[in-house]
Design a protein around this ligand. Structure first.
Ligand SMILES: [Zn+2]
Length: 175
């Protein structure tokens, strides 16, 4: 397993639509391992392949935050929402590609998602609470959408400017 570096906003790859995965092979299994390791190391609860610059429709997540609970790593390939509730939830969202910036985002409270697992089989599951928000946030990444795209333009521009400054500092070696 290898830790991979996570792209930071703004980056054109984070605004692009990812391609469907055609076949589940060894390379994809290795990528899933790397993605989970990178996510846990960050630490984060979700990570999508485009955040590593890999433009494939695949995401990993584990919304168990309590160290006392058993981890629940999930790998979703070509995921799509097949049902979304009209009830909504609001969570203070963050993103590994937009570190230290958080904002409230309203999303459907319950979603049913269909995806392909690492055995190449189709799977369905209903997600609620934080899991529902997380899976929708990650699927958005596959469509080139970030959580800040739900915010008012002024707020979004403020966060983007902060991120541009952070990236300049990183480039200069000060962060
Ligand atoms: Zn994110």
């Amino acid at each position: 397993m290898t830790l991979r570096s996570i792209l930071l906003h703004p980056d054109p790859r984070l605004k692009s639509v990812a391609d469907p995965v055609a076949t589940v092979d060894k390379t994809l299994h290795a990528l899933a391992d790397d993605m989970l390791e990178t996510m846990y190391n960050a630490p984060g609860i979700g990570l999508a392949a485009p955040q590593l610059g890999i433009m494939q429709r695949m995401l990993v997540m584990d919304c168990i935050k309590d160290d006392m609970e058993t981890p629940q790593p999930m790998v979703l390939i070509n995921p799509r929402v097949i049902f979304a509730s009209s009830d909504t939830n609001i969570y203070d969202e963050g993103c590994l590609s937009i570190p230290d910036q958080y904002a409230e985002v309203e999303r459907p409270a319950v979603v049913k998602v269909e995806w392909m697992n690492l055995d190449g089989k189709t799977q369905q599951e209903e997600f609620s609470d934080l899991w529902a928000t997380c899976v929708q946030h990650e699927i958005d990444h596959l469509n080139g959408k970030l959580f800040i795209d739900y915010l008012k333009p002024l707020r979004r521009q403020m966060i983007t400017r902060k991120m541009q400054k952070l990236k300049r500092e990183i480039a200069r070696g000060n962060a």
